[in-house]
Design a protein around this ligand. Structure first.
Ligand code: PMV
Length: 340
């Protein structure tokens, strides 16, 4: 009997306007719209095969079979939800691997859940391409809506270029769409790895805690205006206005979590020193490089792609031993099928 392996590759994404707080945890309904850039290189590759009757789900991470840990429970809960929702009979063997380190500050849950959703549904529906999946009722919009229930930010990884996730007036009225393609503006993201320490507060817990900050409501009140400004800067490919907005937004979400009840800081001394270094570089030379930071201590430096090499020469000079990932805007997920 031939066994088919359905292999999905889904990119990570970096949010410029960040999802920070959930109105409804069960339905992953976010407090605000978010806007991200899909990455080109950092991705998760996930394969699924259908198992014989009598088998249970099998999960492998980086070639190792995983049982019982937090990652395993999250994946099993999500696959069980999909299996029950669509009355799929067989269980799956799922193998997944990221091409970037987990503690790098690149969102592995975004690319991870996007690749898992694509690969599992391709296997269950015997779809060998994205087109076939769409014909069977699983368009990218449907897949993105499902994946969001596993990890909110993963819904943006289904589209290329620059992507908006609109929260809508109710959790079932959300929309995620690409507003500009990667061809419209070639931005680069250099992820600078300042610390390999695992974060001590998951984004899931941070999303719960942010409501207690006195800065949370004022933040929400200005986000509509900030989104408009982001979209305008993007449409004019204007890094000089995009950059300050991005830095303000990153500092804003970190200020919120630092002033919540049970305050927490993802920003380490190394992070803050780096931000000062980057701002000094800009002030001294006018070099156009700006930071954003997710729920971690590593920094994403956004430049135009034509300037990335020059940025790396400054980085290597002042941070000769630091690890970094060179990435840029990308085009979205892929799906292939191999016969084993
Ligand atoms: O999707 P989650 O639950 O991992 O939350 C993502 C939160 C941020 O990365 C900080 C912001 C974002 O929009 O990606």
């Amino acid at each position: 009997m031939t066994v088919k392996s359905y292999i999905a590759e889904a990119p990570s994404n970096i949010a410029f306007l960040k999802y920070w707080g959930k109105l409804d945890h069960k339905n992953q309904w976010p407090s605000n719209n978010s806007l991200s850039m899909t990455l080109n290189k950092c991705h998760t590759r996930t394969s699924s095969i259908i198992l014989d009757d009598g088998c249970e789900f099998e999960i492998y991470l980086d070639q190792k079979k995983i049982v019982g840990n937090h990652f395993y429970k999250k994946v099993i809960a999500y696959l069980t939800f999909l299996k029950q929702k669509y009355h799929f009979k067989p269980y799956l063997r799922v193998k997944t691997t990221n091409n970037f380190p987990t503690a790098s500050g690149v969102a592995s849950s975004a690319s991870g859940f996007a690749a898992l959703t694509l690969s599992a549904l391709a296997a269950w529906t015997d779809s060998e391409s994205l087109l076939e999946l769409k014909e069977k009722g699983f368009s990218l919009d449907v897949l993105s809506g499902l994946s969001r229930l596993g990890s909110g930010s993963s819904c943006r990884s289904f589209y290329g270029g620059y992507v908006v996730w609109e929260k809508g007036e109710a959790h079932d009225k959300q929309k995620t769409k690409s507003i500009m393609s990667q061809k419209d503006w070639d931005l680069a993201d250099t992820v600078v790895i300042l610390s390999n320490e695992k974060k001590h507060l998951s984004s899931t817990d941070a999303h719960k805690r942010v409501f207690s900050s006195p800065l949370f409501a004022p933040r929400l009140a200005l986000l509509q205006e900030r989104q408009r400004a982001f979209e305008k800067s993007l449409s004019f490919c204007d890094i000089k206005s995009l950059g300050p907005l991005m830095e303000q937004e990153a500092l804003d979400i970190h200020s919120v979590i630092m002033t919540a009840e049970e305050p927490f800081s993802y920003l380490k001394k190394e992070t803050l020193d780096f931000l000062v270094w980057l701002r000094n570089l800009r002030q001294a030379s006018g070099f156009q490089a700006y930071f954003t930071i997710d729920a971690g201590s590593n920094v994403h430096v956004i430049t135009e792609s034509k300037d990335q090499k020059e940025f790396l020469t400054y980085l290597r000079k002042d941070y000769p031993t630091v690890d970094f990932i060179e990435d840029a805007v990308g085009s979205g997920p892929t799906l292939v099928c191999e016969t084993l």
